[in-house]
Design a protein around this ligand. Structure first.
Ligand SMILES: *[C@@H]1O[C@H](CO)[C@@H](O)[C@H](O)[C@H]1NC(C)=O
Ligand SMILES: *[C@@H]1O[C@H](CO)[C@@H](O)[C@H](O)[C@H]1NC(C)=O
Ligand SMILES: *[C@@H]1O[C@H](CO)[C@@H](O)[C@H](O)[C@H]1NC(C)=O
Length: 256
């Protein structure tokens, strides 16, 4: 299972974060600004998806079909093209009639996953141009075969593929050469689903997420949002770790 390393990674991150935050505070209080940390050279997509949020189902399918390696090798590639991943949230997978996915052959499932990636880095600012030049090729095939249609209606970006019209709900990560965007729907190309699979209606989102638009939210700000989410969950994690440590210390005092 991938779970243990992921939990460990979160724990390490949580232990590291307060120190980072502290040193940043110190720097603000005075003294020379520290040299900016070098930009991360390597993005581990599996790690990003497992730490960033509700993409466990998607990551599970990417791993099962081997598509994670296809996406990662494009992310690693130095050809300057980059990679864009459309990550349906867990609720998107939960909304699909289970049989629709379990009925697929291994090849079909792999192709379906490949439809959720593009062998180019597309920042949010490029989506209105993408809408104009749709359909756009995916890893599964060219625009006419396995392309997706991008639409941009007054800042609401949607990705259409066959039976599905997915809304781009947030930017999970966007720093060249890797972009990961969250979708509220799984893409359902007609080549894979000859008839429309049963899909539950999208539940009304709790607090409306910030509309994503290049004019209003630049890529950096959007990526920053996901960092906040991560640090929130880390704070919770760190709290739990401290509680466990406190319990262990109390126990050892009792034992002395
Ligand atoms: C991507 O690069 C990392 C770090 O260099 C390496 O560990 C990993 O195996 C590479 N993955 C693929 C699929 O090329
Ligand atoms: C799954 O396959 C079974 C047997 O072939 C079929 O009866 C059923 O309609 C399929 N379900 C879906 C949702 O495609
Ligand atoms: C994209 O839009 C065109 C024109 O509306 C349509 O014919 C095509 O089927 C759409 N492609 C997908 C993948 O939804």
């Amino acid at each position: 299972m991938e779970l243990k390393p992921a939990v460990l990674a979160v724990a390490v991150l949580c232990l590291a974060l307060p120190r980072v935050a502290l040193s940043q505070k110190k720097a603000l209080a005075g003294g020379p600004a520290p040299a900016p940390a070098p930009a991360p050279r390597h993005v581990d997509l599996a790690e990003l998806l497992s730490l960033a949020g509700p993409y466990g189902a998607f990551l599970g399918y990417l791993t099962k079909t081997g598509v994670i390696a296809t996406l990662q090798s494009q992310a690693n590639s130095t050809d300057g093209q980059g990679v864009t991943v459309f990550a349906p949230e867990d609720s998107a997978f939960a909304a699909i009639d289970g049989a629709a996915l379990s009925n697929l052959t291994a090849d079909q499932l792999r192709t379906l996953m490949l439809c959720h990636g593009m062998p180019r880095y597309y920042p949010l600012s490029s989506f209105s141009a993408l809408a104009a030049s749709s359909p756009v090729a995916t890893f599964a095939g060219g625009p006419q075969q396995y392309g997706v249609n991008v639409t941009d209606a007054a800042g609401t970006i949607r990705v259409e593929s066959g039976w599905a019209t997915a809304k781009l709900v947030s930017s999970v990560y966007s720093t060249p050469p890797v972009a990961v965007y969250a979708l509220n729907r799984v893409l359902l190309p007609e080549q894979i689903f000859p008839t429309a699979p049963k899909v539950a209606p999208v539940p009304a989102p709790a607090p409306a997420p910030e509309p994503v638009h290049p004019d209003k939210a630049n890529d950096g700000a959007a990526a920053h949002g996901s960092t906040d989410a991560k640090s929130v969950s880390c704070r919770v994690g760190a709290g739990r770790l401290l509680a466990i440590l406190a319990t262990m210390m109390a126990t050892s005092v009792l034992m002395i």
